[in-house]
Design a protein around this ligand. Sequence first.
Ligand code: TYD
Length: 260
Amino acid sequence: MSSGAAAASEGEPAASGRPVVPELPVVPELPVVPELPVVPELPVVSGLAVAPGLFVTLEGGDGAGKTTQAALLEEWATGQGRRVVRTREPGGTDVGVLIRDIVLHHRGDVSARAEALLYAADRAHHVATVVRPALHRGDVVIQDRYLDSSVAYQGAGRVLGPGEVRDLSLWATEGLLPDLTVLLDLDPAAARARRDADDKPFDRLEAEQDDFHARVRGEFLSLAAAEPERFLVLDATAPAEEIAAAVRTRVAALLDARTS
Ligand code: TYD
């Protein structure tokens, strides 16, 4: 066999005089990656750092007048030149609104642990994305219900122990406790009369019997007795303006202490 034929197949000039180009390997086609949409970042602020704002929560049985007092306090604090964030649990975020619907309106039983976890999940997201960022900005956060509601309703009212429910919430919030908790104390019979007069459909917890609400009230009062510095207990049957004045006095003192 002639050696000339072998040389031509390896790029040497062929008989025609043109070099033979070796065949290129086939490159597999790259998959096209679609562009990802830009998701606006939530301002997640994690615990431990000292926050300059003021965190006020309102607690009490259903129908105790928390919403009225939150509105009066907001009006006053705004008038003092403070930036205010009014919020609530459950349902202070978009995720929380979905959770609120489950815990308040789901038909049929939700197991006690599942219910406690749902409230804690709502709280974890709310604190990380709304409450802590506001406190870090120096705002006054006025919030309808917080972890004391979980202890009172899921702890005392249900089958779980108050201590474990509280620990769950403290884990969820990286230990965030309010600077002030206003407890609007109301006898369950009076609360029921107010709710009946409201003419709104009852949610799952409102529909519970009076002895459940009596246990909830008892638990709120023992929480207040255990932390007298954090709690301000007020008689919810007093005139709204009188209650508001007592709340303002405490909040003003806390704000003064921060600025002095
Ligand atoms: P709320 O928003 O105060 O209801 P309403 O606007 O009808 O007064 O609270 C809804 C219910 O959720 C109330 O019955 C208490 C209950 N709850 C718990 O059981 N655990 C919790 O941790 C919280 C925040 C609320």
